[in-house]
Every structure is written in structure tokens, then in C-alpha cells.
Design a protein around this ligand. Sequence first.
Ligand code: NAD
Length: 259
Amino acid sequence: MNDQQVVAITGGGSGIGLELVRVFGKAGYGVAALVRNELQEASLRREFEDRIEIVVGDVCEHAVNQKLVKQAVDRFGRLDCFIANAGIWDYMLSIEEPWEKFGPSFDEIFTINVKSYFSGVSAALPELKKTRGSVVVTASVSSYAVGGGGSCYMASKHAVLGMVKALAYELAPHVRVNGVAPGGTVTSLTGPASAGYDKHVMKDMPGIDEMINGLTPLGFAAKPEDVVAPYLMLASREQGKFITGTVISIDGGMALGRK
Ligand SMILES: NC(=O)c1ccc[n+]([C@@H]2O[C@H](COP(=O)([O-])OP(=O)(O)OC[C@H]3O[C@@H](n4cnc5c(N)ncnc54)[C@H](O)[C@@H]3O)[C@@H](O)[C@H]2O)c1
């Protein structure tokens, strides 16, 4: 078997996922990235040319996750790590909104932020078992603390925490399962189309920097490059080999509360 490590990453077209594509590539991994649309694909092609494998599609479709895994293995010969990272935010959606808005938004957020993670793991598992590989998922400061989103987003990221623990237990000793919980990071995070938030972009929200700075004891909003180091450690066979069922927070202290 070829000994180059191989990673598949969802949400690789922007933000934290794009930075993961960069750092795993620099670390020598073969990288397969799932992106949402042709615009993201073209931008990745400009940056990485033919060095990475790219799949375009909707992470909610199981066939798309299967395609991502297949293309990774066809191109690089194996899969060592699956990173479930694609996600949307809820733009502080309130339960006081009409149910006609809240209910479909809930479904959309949970389908992307939770169910697609399970779909990705299910698709990757046969390959990860062959390599005794691992899963890393993007959780959030909202897996622990209020203030970084509304109840829907917060519930979805708490679900991710439960998923990490339960799957780490179920899949041991064959496959390790861990997560990373970033805090406020300036990205193009969008929201549910059901609430009309799919064209909203977090980094363009008036006052977003001040909001994050105020919620973060270290006093600044992260850039994607500030939050990716734990993914590399958790994926690493050497550094991560005794770690499973853990979520590493990298949030400037946000889960501690306001200073
Ligand atoms: N930005 C933050 O402050 C922050 C904090 C904690 C956790 N997170 C989490 O980090 C992860 C990455 O978000 P980000 O901040 O980098 O924002 P981002 O919008 O740049 O990245 C999310 C990516 O997921 C993709 N995506 C969304 N829905 C999809 C779908 N149905 N099919 C395929 N791809 C889809 C988007 O196109 C985008 O490229 C998310 O899970 C998010 O919840 C973000």
C-alpha cells in the first residue's frame, strides 16, 4: 500500500474547510475536497491546479459523500481521515419566529450540520477500517456555551458532541473519532434558505467583529488559519493515536464566558 496519508474534507470550498485543504496538503496528505458549487471549484482549481481531488455537490446527499470517498481512494489509493466540516449557522434565529420559518430552518440546519456528518462517516467507514484511520468533525463553541448562535445552531452542535462520543465508543478500537470546536471565526458562513438566510454572509454582518471580540476573553475574532492546528494533531497517527471521543476547543476562551 502507498504510504501517503489521505484526507477527505467536506466544506472545502471556503473558510475553515479551505484552510484545512491548504494545511493538510502542505503536510503531505493527498486531499479530496467536497465543495458546494462550480464557483468554489474554479477557485480551488486556480489555487491547487490538479494537486487535489475535487467533488462538487450537496453534502446532504449520501451519494455525494460516497463519491467523495470513492474519488479520494481512486486517486490516492486509500483514506486515512474523513473531516466532516460543511455547515451553516442560524443567524440567531429565535424560537419566537413563526413555526413556518423555524421548523423548516431546524430541518435544514440539522440535515447539514448533523445528518450529513453521519452520512459522511457511514460512507467513509469501510475505507477507514482498512487503514485504522480516523474521523474529525467540526463542532463549535456552541457545542458548550450560549451566545454564539441561536437555539437551533446550538442544538445541532450539541448533537455533534454526542455523535463524537457515541461513535468513538462504537468504532473503537478500529477507527478514532474526534472533533474540533472553533470559536468566533470570520468566514462566509451562511444560513438556512428556509429562513431566507442562504445569501447572508457572516463576515459581512454589521458589527460581527465587535460581537465576536466582546464574546471572546482573548479579545479577537479568529481567522481560519488560527483554528486548524488541532485537526492535524487529531488526524496524525503519531500525535493522535491515543485520542478518541475528544473535542478540542480552540475558541479564545469563549466557552468560559464574557470577561
Ligand atoms: N465561523 C465560525 O465562527 C465557526 C465557529 C464554530 C464552528 N464553525 C463551523 O465551522 C464549519 C465551517 O464553517 P466556516 O465558518 O468555515 O464557514 P464557511 O461558510 O466558509 O464554510 C462552510 C462550507 O460548507 C459548505 N456547505 C454548506 N452547506 C452545504 C451543502 N449542503 N453541501 C455542501 N457544502 C455545503 C459551504 O459552501 C462552505 O464552503 C461549520 O461546520 C461551522 O458550523 C464555524
